[in-house]
Design a protein around this ligand. Structure first.
Ligand SMILES: *[C@@H]1O[C@H](CO)[C@@H](O)[C@H](O)[C@H]1NC(C)=O
Ligand SMILES: *[C@@H]1O[C@H](CO)[C@@H](O)[C@H](O)[C@H]1NC(C)=O
Ligand SMILES: *[C@@H]1O[C@H](CO)[C@@H](O)[C@H](O)[C@H]1NC(C)=O
Ligand SMILES: *[C@@H]1O[C@H](CO)[C@@H](O)[C@H](O)[C@H]1NC(C)=O
Length: 263
C-alpha cells in the first residue's frame, strides 16, 4: 500500500527535474514567421524542378548545422534550382535545423511549383529561385515590421537609433557578416547573407536601418530584405554570451553608443 501510494511521486519528480533542466535543453528555434512570398510564375517542367528543388533543400539541411549558412544549386538539372538558408548567429545546431524545417514546411505549403519563394522567420531564412541570386543585397519589397507600443521614457528612441547605426556600420566588417549587441535597455542584431560581401552588406543594412528606424520608439522592430535582416527589442532575444564588442569593427568616429559590457 505504501509503495503504491508513493508511485505517483516518481513521474512528478521526473517532471520537476525535466523542467529544471529545460532552459538549457529545450530548443528555441525562433520559428515565428515574418515574411512569406512565392513567385507568381510556375517553374517548367514542373516535376523536374520539384526534384531539383528537393535536392537543394536536402543539401541545405545537411550543411546548415555546421556554420548556420549554406547555399545549394542544381544548375544542370532539366529545370535548375538555387537555394540558400541562413540561421541567426544565436540560433545554432539543432535549433537552426528546426527553424530550417519550419521555414521549409511554410514554403512547401504555400509555393507549390512556383519558380521562386522565401520564408523569413525570426530564427532563420530560406530562399530559392530558378536562377542564381546569392549576391543580391537590397531589393524592392524590403520592409519594416514594427510591433509593441511606444516605450515610455525619453532614452529609448535614441538608444535604438544609436545601436542600429553602430550595427549597420560594424556588421559589414564583422566575421560572417553578423552581430548581436546590447546597451541602454536595447537588444539588437544585424545580419547579411554571407554571399553578398561587405559592400552588398553595407548597402542592404543602410536600407534596413532606415526601415527599422521607423519602428522606434515602439518596443519591437524588424527589417527584412533579400540580403539582410535587422531586429531590435526592449526584451532580450539572444543569450548574453551572443553579443560581440562592436568597437572592434567600427572606425574611430563611427562609435555612437557606449555599451555596457556585461548587460
Ligand atoms: C519533395 O519533398 C517533399 C517533402 O520531403 C515530398 O513530399 C515531395 O514528394 C518531394 N517531391 C519530389 C518531386 O521529390
Ligand atoms: C556542403 O557540404 C558538401 C559536402 O559535405 C560540401 O562539398 C559543400 O561545399 C558544402 N557547402 C556549403 C555551402 O557548406
Ligand atoms: C507582436 O506582438 C504580439 C502581441 O504581443 C505578439 O503576439 C506577436 O507574436 C508579435 N509579433 C511578432 C512578429 O513578434
Ligand atoms: C554561450 O553559452 C552556451 C551555454 O553555456 C554555450 O553552449 C555556447 O557555446 C556559448 N556561445 C558562445 C558564442 O560563447
Amino acid at each position: 500500500m505504501h509503495r503504491m501510494a508513493r508511485l505517483p511521486l516518481l513521474p512528478a519528480l521526473v517532471l520537476a527535474l525535466a523542467s529544471a533542466l529545460a532552459p538549457s535543453v529545450v530548443a528555441d528555434p525562433q520559428a515565428t514567421l515574418l515574411n512569406l512570398g512565392c513567385s507568381q510564375y510556375n517553374a517548367t517542367p514542373t516535376a523536374a524542378f520539384l526534384v531539383a528543388l528537393n535536392s537543394t533543400f536536402a543539401k541545405l539541411r545537411a550543411n546548415l548545422s555546421a556554420g548556420g549558412f549554406a547555399t545549394a544549386s542544381e544548375p544542370r538539372a532539366a529545370a535548375p534550382a538555387f537555394a540558400l538558408a541562413q540561421c541567426r548567429p544565436y540560433v545554432t545546431g539543432r535549433d537552426c535545423v528546426a527553424c530550417f524545417d519550419a521555414a521549409a514546411a511554410r514554403i512547401r505549403a504555400s509555393c507549390g511549383a512556383a519558380n521562386g519563394g522565401r520564408a523569413i522567420l525570426d530564427g532563420c531564412v530560406i530562399r530559392y529561385e530558378s536562377a542564381a541570386f546569392f549576391d543580391q543585397s537590397t531589393l524592392p519589397g524590403n520592409t519594416q515590421l514594427c510591433n509593441g507600443s511606444a516605450v515610455a521614457g525619453g532614452g529609448f528612441d535614441g538608444a535604438v537609433r544609436a545601436l542600429i547605426g553602430d550595427l549597420a556600420a560594424a556588421v559589414p566588417r564583422a566575421p560572417r557578416l553578423a552581430a548581436a549587441a546590447a546597451g541602454a535597455g536595447v537588444y539588437a542584431m544585424a545580419q547579411c547573407v554571407e554571399t553578398v560581401g561587405a559592400g552588398g552588406c553595407a548597402q542592404c543594412l543602410q536600407v534596413a536601418s532606415r526601415n527599422i528606424g521607423g519602428c522606434s520608439p515602439n518596443s519591437d522592430g524588424r527589417a527584412v530584405d533579400a540580403g539582410c535582416f535587422m531586429r531590435y527589442s526592449d526584451k532580450r532575444f539572444f543569450p548574453a554570451n551572443a553579443t560581440v564588442d562592436l568597437a572592434a569593427y567600427l572606425l574611430s568616429g563611427e562609435f555612437i553608443l557606449v555599451f555596457c559590457v556585461s548587460c
